[in-house]
Write a protein that binds this ligand. Sequence first.
Ligand SMILES: N[C@@H](CCC(=O)N[C@@H](CS)C(=O)NCC(=O)O)C(=O)O
Length: 207
Amino acid sequence: MITVHHLNNSRSQRILWLLEELGLPYEIVFYQRDAVTNLAPPELKAIHPLGKSPVITDDGVTVAESGAIVEYLLRTHGQGRLMPKEDSEDYVRYLQWLHFAEGSAMLPMLLALYVGRLGDAGAPLHPRIFGEIANHLSYMNDEVEKGGYLMGDDLSGADIMNSFVLEAAKARGLLADYPNLLDLVERLQARPAYRRALERGGPYAFA
Ligand SMILES: N[C@@H](CCC(=O)N[C@@H](CS)C(=O)NCC(=O)O)C(=O)O
């Protein structure tokens, strides 16, 4: 049985969504962020040393890091769904998008969050940070223009991985100049599997 260690208002929501898209049975262990610090509770460290979410366990295998979890679930249980064939050219592009979310796009988003807490002291860093956010979002916006999803005409694990980037950007009012991304995030959030994942995962501030 797959178990998702799920933190409220977090990246683990996209793992619940992936599991719903695949129609796989799973259970959820719920964790609540600290009301003051917003950090995960220490119990998560018993599952994985980083103490972050998502983490899944599946018959004795523990997987942390969303991109690795998406890849593991699709390869192990996906039966070819939501990813291109591994010997295709598209597979390389798909790998790039899987890693892009956490390896590239989230960095300037997180910098904006943390540097924002410095108030005026952080202002000299804003042009570089928001320039990089625009760099990443405009690249995504141009790619989505081609077929409606990051990989063209069909939903893939790449869209599920990058959904958190889009949701976090939208919550900060950063998608206004990117109509393809606004449209994409609305279509993703309207999917029945996305809605089912919300029902199972509980309140999610980015939906
Ligand atoms: N790159 C990691 C990031 C994991 C991560 O930072 N998760 C956040 C939730 S969105 C977390 O657990 N934060 C609570 C904490 O750091 O205490 C992934 O995608 O899995």
